[in-house]
Design a protein around this ligand. Structure first.
Ligand SMILES: [Zn+2]
Length: 293
């Protein structure tokens, strides 16, 4: 058992060193983490810097897709990236939808994962050493806060959140899930921006201008909760029906009509993901800061 643990730690440490890759699939996550890191309180920024592996160079975005790279090595973690609803059901319910459908184990979905890793991080700074690897907790939480804002991560179970709906994205064969994970962002950056940095700047400007009146509401959780992923999953399930699945069925050709009406939704969800990741980390580490004072 001890030996197995040492091997696990070695594999994870090795992957932390390697996982600096940036494919298109990683951009959505990197954007969420960039927006979040720029909004951290002093205490949270300090804690994040301390928890990030050295290879990150204090750049949370560079490790934001680390959790995806673990899916093959640790199949148990796959169910933590999403929460699927029954067909044509446009809302999310913990008791019904937060379950690993392969194993039937309840409480295994993106919503429960966010709560779990939030709770782990609350042990940061306590006198007794945490039994968790809090670097991993931070990287999981940062990734899953992004995932829960992608509408098709709360899509229907039977088509695996759009993974089994084959469409064309302009001329290219694609599945609908990937369109929302990456293609819309890719096309948007190609058409409207110089690069990803330029795109992030534009979203940040919108957060302080266009959405300025809404940001406080995005950040707040009811009942003084530190994170409120059920709210985010409910919004995503609604957006999946209203925007992602609408006019996109097997064989659909998705072009300008779809792209131009959907990219504002993607932008909003990226912004909300970043703002809420920062708010969650600030609540976690400001609480810790207060305790340690
Ligand atoms: Zn993921």
């Amino acid at each position: 058992m001890g030996c197995y643990r040492v091997q696990l730690v070695a594999i994870i440490s090795f992957m932390l060193l390697l996982s600096n890759t940036h494919g298109w699939g990683d951009d959505g996550h990197a954007i969420v983490c960039k927006i979040a890191q720029a909004r951290l309180s002093t205490a949270a920024a300090k804690a994040v810097k301390k928890l990030l592996p050295k290879s990150a160079n204090n750049d949370l975005a560079s490790k934001c897709s680390w959790a995806d790279s673990l899916r093959v090595v640790f199949p148990w973690s796959s169910a933590l990236h999403f929460a699927n609803t029954p067909d044509s059901v446009c809302n999310y319910k913990d008791t019904r939808d937060c379950v690993d459908k392969k194993t039937g184990i309840k409480g295994r979905c993106v919503v429960a994962a966010i709560t779990n890793y939030t709770n782990q991080l609350l042990e940061y700074g306590s006198d007794t050493k945490s039994k968790y690897n809090l670097t991993q907790s931070l990287l999981f939480l940062s990734h899953f806060l992004g995932d829960v804002h992608q509408p098709l991560h709360c899509g229907f179970f039977s088509d695996k959140g759009g993974n089994e709906i084959n469409v064309r994205w302009y001329r290219r064969k694609q599945n609908l899930h990937h369109v929302w994970d990456a293609s819309i962002i890719e096309t948007e950056v190609e058409r409207f921006y110089d690069d990803i940095e330029d795109f992030v700047d534009a979203i940040q400007r919108n957060i302080t201008k266009v959405w300025a009146d809404e940001v406080e509401e995005w950040e707040s959780c009811s009942n003084d909760d530190i994170s409120c992923p059920t709210i985010y999953a409910t919004e995503s399930a609604k957006d999946a029906c209203k925007w992602a699945y609408k006019d996109a069925t097997e064989g659909s050709v998705l072009e300008d009509e779809y792209f131009l009406s959907r990219y504002p939704i993607v932008n909003l969800r990226l912004a909300q993901g970043g703002v809420r990741l920062a708010a969650t980390l600030n609540r976690i580490f400001d609480t810790q800061f207060a305790v340690s004072m």
